[in-house]
Write a protein that binds this ligand. Structure first.
Ligand code: GTP
Ligand code: 5AD
Ligand code: SF4
Ligand code: SF4
Length: 343
């Protein structure tokens, strides 16, 4: 048996930020074609998705997570594309749930496959899920998802997740001007008082496919005044450092909402997240232009010790703060796509 590695202090990046969250994309495929993420004109029938042998295997992911937990990672979120289209996903959940250091094990999904999978995911050890839903009327939602999926399908997914014990559910609504800002109030009305936490997300300039323009962003201020015009809101303190959503409660006690204002109020100062793509590239920012090839290391037979030293060095060299320095020039940089890096 090799000697166990000694525990070293947890790394801080060049801005003093620790590494706390790891977001793992398990596939770059999705059964939706959301206009702000995988527009059909770009992700059409001829689009080349990653071939299977280029994806990290579950054992490779598990090995990397083992090292990441030694560097401070306590929260792991599985993403995609749509993570539930990756075959046998509950098996991976089971492998990751076995790490005592992983205190929060979650998944972000569009919800459609949850009726079939929620129970197995829960049994495997998943703690909770976040479900995307951009409108509560079919016309608006189907225009956005561009895959003819009606709202009822996602509502069934939400119910299945709750029934399986994966609640309380967070709901993500990306707001894009001209597409769904009229759905802000109906969504608030529908979900207040249900225990489900609705979070409004400012439309971001991730990747290049979505043709992002600043004018398309509906800001947190605008969203909050829309909701607040019918339901008075009060700010709430963060639950933890580095939280991306600013929280508000309904003054009448009907629960809470969140706003994720990456464009109008960037939160890079406390960003403690690393992202692993489905093919094993490590990115230290959602808007990164290049990653670090961990798959090559793992497939090249790297030792645990060298792997740990390498990841530590990557984190200690990190300087990212894209949302704080966003400008006309940075928007043009060759950034990776959301469906590849996992949001
Ligand atoms: P919770 O702990 O459950 O609140 O998780 P979360 O807020 O990390 O979850 P989720 O994956 O649902 O992310 C919500 C939105 O915030 C998504 O649109 C993400 O892309 C965005 N987001 C998350 N982390 C970052 C980040 O580091 N930078 C930016 N710019 N956006 C982020
Ligand atoms: N801007 C903001 N949020 C986005 N998401 C996907 N693309 C974008 C974008 N361009 C959201 C998804 C999901 C989360 C992981 O990221 O809707 O809820
Ligand atoms: Fe798929 Fe989520 Fe992207 Fe929509 S936002 S296309 S559901 S990965
Ligand atoms: Fe973190 Fe990059 Fe997002 Fe800033 S823009 S919060 S550094 S992921």
């Amino acid at each position: 048996m090799p000697e166990p590695l000694p525990m070293l202090p947890r790394p801080l990046d060049t801005r003093g930020r620790p590494l706390h969250d790891l977001r793992i994309s398990v596939t770059d495929r999705c059964n939706f074609r959301c206009v702000y993420c995988m527009p059909r004109a770009v992700f059409g029938p001829d689009h080349a998705f990653l071939p299977r042998d280029e994806l990290l295997s579950f054992d490779e992911i598990t090995r990397l997570v083992a090292t990441f937990t030694r560097l401070g990672v306590e929260k792991v979120r599985l993403t995609g594309g749509e993570p539930l289209v990756r075959r046998e996903l509950p098996a991976l959940v089971g492998q990751l749930a076995a790490f005592p250091g992983v205190r929060d094990l979650t998944l972000t999904t569009n919800g459609v496959l949850l009726p079939a999978q929620a129970a197995a995911l829960r049994e495997a050890g998943l703690h909770r899920v976040t479900i995307s839903l951009d409108a509560d009327d079919d016309a608006t939602f189907m225009r956005l998802n561009d895959a003819r999926v009606p709202v009822a399908k996602v509502l069934s997914g939400i119910e299945a997740a709750e029934a399986a014990g994966l609640g309380p559910i967070k709901l993500n609504m990306v707001v894009k001007r001209g597409w769904n800002e009229h759905a802000i109030l109906p969504m608030a009305r529908r979900f207040r008082g249900t225990g489900r936490i609705l979070r409004f997300i400012e439309y971001m300039d991730v990747g290049h496919s979505n043709g992002w323009r600043l004018d398309d962003v509906v800001t947190a201020d605008e969203i909050l005044s829309t909701v607040g015009s019918e339901f008075p809101l009060e700010p709430m303190p963060p639950t933890k450092p580095g939280e991306v959503a600013e929280r508000y409660r309904y003054a009448d006690g009907a629960g809470e909402i969140g706003v994720i204002a990456s464009v109008s109020r960037p939160f890079c100062g406390t960003c403690d997240r690393a992202r692993l793509s489905a093919d094993g590239q490590l990115y230290t920012c959602l808007f990164a232009t290049r990653g670090h090839d961990l798959r090559a290391l793992v497939r090249g037979g790297v030792s645990d010790e060298v792997l740990e030293t390498t990841l530590r060095g990557i984190w200690e060299g990190r300087d990212d703060r894209y949302s704080e320095i966003r400008s006309a020039e940075t928007v043009e940089l060759p950034k990776v796509e959301m469906s590849y890096i996992g949001g």
